[in-house]
Write a protein that binds this ligand. Sequence first.
Ligand SMILES: C[S@@+](CC[C@H](N)C(=O)[O-])C[C@H]1O[C@@H](n2cnc3c(N)ncnc32)[C@H](O)[C@@H]1O
Length: 215
Amino acid sequence: MNDMALTPNVPQYWEILYEEGRDDWDLGETTPALLEFFEHSSCPKTGNVFVPAAGRGWDADAWAKRGHNVVAVDFCSSAFDALEKLSDSNSNLTALNTDMFLLNMYDGKARMKQFDIIYDYFSFNSVHPGRRDECVEMWLRMLKNDGLLIGFFCPLGDEKYGETPPYSISKDELEVRFKGIFEIKEKIVPKKSIKDRTGRDRAGREEIWLLRKIL
Ligand SMILES: C[S@@+](CC[C@H](N)C(=O)[O-])C[C@H]1O[C@@H](n2cnc3c(N)ncnc32)[C@H](O)[C@@H]1O
């Protein structure tokens, strides 16, 4: 298949990256910055968690092992198979193989009720910039009133969007997109930002934003 003809909007695009080992965002373990965040005083101790675009599910599994009920979604079979294996051995973790943009709490799927927490790591930054509003709308559908969005945003920057994900985003753009929809409660700079497998450093380009749904 000619992957140049595909966009990140379709699972086949991601399938090729996973199959060819070009999944350089995948660390093969829980994101160290998430483990650091678990120790932070602002990290919620309870609440069910929705993880969109969960990939192989390392982070979703970590939330579930911390005691939260977690629903994690990925539409790419390679990622989903690994995520499903983790969910087989963790009763707190439910894996869904579907397009996150199609989800809403009225679609009759098991456990599709609104969540206390959304954990977004490399999901918003993977969505094509033209679909960012849709992503915010999906968060609103999935989150309870007053619910908490925990966004690990990376790479932060003002440079023009690259041609491939993860697409950079400026802090100004994030603030504009969230205005009147989410209240920005806190911004945390993780100490444990790491290099990805291609050696690109995330330090200084990654922040954890805690956003309270107010709409
Ligand atoms: C850059 S990866 C990040 C995966 C994971 N968050 C992590 O850090 O390992 C992006 C993931 O989003 C998934 N994805 C992209 N668009 C999606 C959509 N509309 N619905 C569900 N999954 C999607 C891809 O299949 C891929 O696994």
